[in-house]
Write a protein that binds this ligand. Structure first.
Ligand code: DQA
Length: 145
């Protein structure tokens, strides 16, 4: 089984509770179980992690360098602010997909710019939590290639 890190940034621990009209009622535990199910037949073992701390996300990206075949990341607000997360991703050699639950392009203009998109091999926005599973399927195609 190849390992895929699914990293989640600030406030995504509140998924399902926070602004459900934007982010839906499903939780990060639902994302984890859906992705585990999608990944299994593709030979992908997922490790889903969430932190409200930028440095922790950077540390997990460094850890991924040694153990993960790919990274799926929803950097949340760090998308729009973090050169540190971009730099860490630039030090990772496998595929990187950026996922947003909401369609950030339909929202405030400050959400239209993403530092992470400068590194991401693909971006999914506005597909709800299904976006994670779609990114994982594509990851299967790339890493099993
Ligand atoms: C988000 C969009 C970001 O703009 C926001 O800060 C988030 C979640 C999304 O999944 O739609 O926290 O990344």
């Amino acid at each position: 089984m190849k390992k895929i890190f699914i990293l989640n940034g600030p406030n995504l621990n509140l998924l399902g509770l926070r602004q459900p009209e934007i982010y839906g009622r499903e939780t990060l535990a639902d994302v984890e179980s859906q992705c585990a199910e999608i990944g299994r037949p593709l030979g992908l073992e997922i490790r889903l992690l969430q932190s409200n701390w930028e440095g922790q996300i950077v540390d997990w990206i460094h850890e991924a360098r040694n153990v993960a075949a790919g990274i799926i990341i929803n950097p949340a607000a760090l998308t729009h602010t973090s050169v540190a997360v971009l730099d860490a991703l630039n030090a990772f050699e496998g595929p990187v997909f950026e996922v947003h639950i909401s369609n950030v392009h339909k929202r405030e203009s400050f959400r239209h710019h993403s530092y992470v998109s400068l590194r991401a091999d693909g971006v999914i926005a506005g597909f709800g939590i299904e976006g994670y599973g779609l990114a994982l399927r594509r990851m299967g195609t790339l890493v099993n290639g």
